[in-house]
Design a protein around this ligand. Structure first.
Ligand code: G3P
Ligand code: MG
Length: 240
């Protein structure tokens, strides 16, 4: 069972920052996950929320700021004084950290609130520029975005994100189409996920921070988990 560092090593570093991804790049784990939005001037920026309110000292929607305006704020001090000065990275800056590694990169397109028209092709171009097409997984809760990715670049792995528990994950996912299924932790133990696994689906589970779920998920046969604390989870997975 693979481990992905969710928003970087976000338990110990401010999520979706250079510090969190640099820490992840040094770990012997399968991959990382990051979230992408589009700035007012069309730059791909790595941040989870639609606004900068929670994870910076500023306020407002990402979509209303240029990259330069976004950079005026601090994205580390909300987490700890120690990280004052952390900034909002572009997708390209995060990919740069992984040029010399073998990590898989799960890029989550945060297009479920604002569609950020054109974001899919911008992400595909950025990934190609870094020659990372073969180790990128593009996921989204907005499955229309995944259709667009498949139309532009059918060779890129896509994953449908689900907050809900479907009755039949594989039929639905094959219609998008998407290559993998990313489900929430509560969904993972349900019959429909077990059936999907039996049918050969690739299943990854978000977000697993409690070690008590690690072994049961491994026994279930899920392919990967996303966690904020990859070192702790890896110890539980490999240590006993
Ligand atoms: O991609 C897995 C997980 O990140 C989805 O939820 O809200 O943490 O982006 P969220
Ligand atoms: Mg995410």
């Amino acid at each position: 069972m693979d481990i992905f560092a969710h928003r970087g090593v976000s338990e110990h570093y401010p999520e979706n920052t250079g510090a969190a991804f640099y820490a992840a790049s040094k770990l012997p784990i399968a991959g990382i996950e990051l979230d992408v939005h589009l700035s007012a001037d069309g730059e791909l920026v790595v941040i989870h929320d639609e606004t900068i309110d929670r994870t910076s000292n500023g306020e407002g929607y990402v979509k209303d700021f240029s990259l330069q305006q976004l950079r005026a704020y601090d994205y580390g001090s909300w987490f700890s004084k120690e990280f004052t000065g952390e900034n909002i990275p572009t997708l390209g800056e995060v990919l740069e950290l992984f040029v010399g590694t073998a990590h898989l990169i799960n890029i989550e397109l945060k297009t479920d609130v604002f569609p950020y028209e054109g974001i899919e092709s911008l992400v595909i171009k950025e990934v190609a520029k870094h020659q990372m097409t073969e180790r990128v997984i593009i996921s989204s809760f907005n499955h229309e975005s995944l259709q667009i990715v498949k139309q532009i670049a059918p060779y890129i792995e896509t994953a449908a994100l689900f907050a809900e528990i479907l009755t039949d994950f594989t039929t639905y996912t094959s219609q998008i189409p998407a290559n993998a299924i990313h489900v929430s932790l509560p969904a993972a133990a349900r019959k429909s996920v077990r059936t999907a696994l039996e049918e050969g689906a690739t299943i990854r589970v978000y977000t697993v921070n409690d070690i008590e779920y690690v072994k049961p998920l491994q026994q279930l046969g899920v392919h990967a988990i996303f966690t904020d604390d990859p070192v702790k989870i890896a110890e539980k997975l490999h240590g006993e």
